[in-house]
Design a protein. Structure first.
Length: 379
């Protein structure tokens, strides 16, 4: 049923002494894909996700099929259309497989919707309550860059496997997990000149803060450059770097993404682990391909990031990069695109105190990405 809005206006963030929109974490990330059944096997096999829930023809859903996977606190929903018509089919036709929904876990989805609409968000859908024998969930949604949306999810009165309308997905095939814990951050790519607009959107509409800014001097090579602002929720549970291309001699990775995705969207999902070496060894064994890091990168790692716990030779053999900030160090590695279009990819990250995003690795990372672009003929 629809939930009606109250008549009284909501307090603005500056009128309160606390965060106006508490977000408890990432509830789920939904990808629209061409074949959800096959994509589910890919994410189970290569990334170690486990079967959770299912909705489709057998559950009374006539226009789509969705498979829900989980590992640690990360929930992926893979959704495919059952006909050639409709919003999901059009999304896939234009963008290919990609992220449609980044959902937030909140205590009050109705308030979250009304508060963000009051601050200028465009509605995706108003608050709705969904029920089944396991209780009720209230959800609402707002639009953000491109066709990406944020959905607010209040599930405190629900005990089912995922959402009403889904049933438990029982599978005999559940491979070992990869040690993934939670979503560290999601990166959005937007057009030239749009980064500040969307950074301001997250600040004004969702109450986020700009915690780090990178310009084209920080993120550039001989050929390409980009600019980025990292936006964070007040509690730091949600972090969104927003990237835009900067002028360069050749086409940057952001421009390549925008060309092939045909618009702004989520470029990559960063997944946290407590043991990146074990995670990457398992992923490589299961067929995941990673960006190549030039061997010369490791010549300066020990002087740039001394006193790390990991064996530098092991990191080099796996292509894992290292960086440090005032709070500690981090280890990170990036997959190649997981679709045929050079769009969505994943980052695996282990933080040993560090809160930053690997600024010291940008040069090597960009050179690796440019080498991939050159192979594709898109540089």
């Amino acid at each position: 049923m629809n939930i009606t809005a109250p008549n009284q206006p909501l307090l603005l963030a500056e009128e309160t002494n606390k965060e106006f929109l508490p977000i408890k974490g990432t509830d789920y990330i939904e990808l629209y894909v061409g074949n959800a059944k096959q994509a589910a096997v890919f994410y189970k096999t290569c990334f170690g996700f486990q079967s959770v829930a299912y909705a489709g023809l057998e559950t009374g859903v006539r226009d789509r099929t969705s498979y829900v996977l989980r590992q640690g606190k990360i929930t992926l929903v893979l959704t495919t259309p059952l006909t050639s018509e409709g919003e999901i089919a059009e999304h896939i036709k234009k963008h290919g497989d990609g992220v449609k929904v980044i959902a937030f876990w909140v205590d009050d989805a109705e308030y979250s919707y009304l508060a963000t609409i009051e601050r200028g968000a465009a509605s995706h859908f108003g608050p709705i309550e969904e029920r089944d024998e396991n209780g009720s969930v209230i959800r609402s949604g707002i639009k953000t860059y491109g066709e990406t949306v944020h959905v607010f999810v209040d599930r405190k009165n629900y005990s089912g496997p995922f959402l009403p309308g889904f049933v438990e997905w029982k599978s005999e095939y559940n491979p070992l997990d990869m040690g993934f814990k939670y979503v560290d951050h999601c990166v959005g790519n937007v057009e030239l000149g749009q980064m500040n607009r969307w950074a301001k959107f997250y600040e004004d509409v969702l109450g986020f803060k700009n915690i780090i800014t990178f310009d084209d001097k920080d993120i550039s090579t001989e050929y390409t450059a980009l600019m980025s602002k990292v936006m964070s929720s007040g509690n730091g549970y949600i972090k969104f770097p927003i990237n835009e291309p900067a002028k360069g001699r050749k086409k940057s990775q952001i421009e390549e993404y925008l060309d092939f995705y045909e618009g702004p969207g989520c470029q990559h999902i960063a997944i946290a682990t407590d043991n990146i070496i074990e995670s990457v060894i398992a992923m490589r064994k299961n067929g995941v391909e990673f960006l190549y890091v030039p061997g010369t990168y490791y010549d300066t790692v020990q002087s740039r990031v001394p006193h790390i716990n990991e064996d530098i030779n092991m990191l080099k053999s796996l292509g894992i990069m290292v960086d440090r900030d005032e709070d500690g160090y981090l280890l990170q590695i990036f997959t190649r695109p997981v679709e045929d279009r050079p769009t969505l990819f994943f980052e695996i990250i282990q933080r040993v105190g560090a809160r930053s995003f690997g600024k010291g690795n940008f040069q090597a990372l960009f050179e690796s990405i440019e080498a991939e672009q050159a192979r594709r003929g898109t540089l």
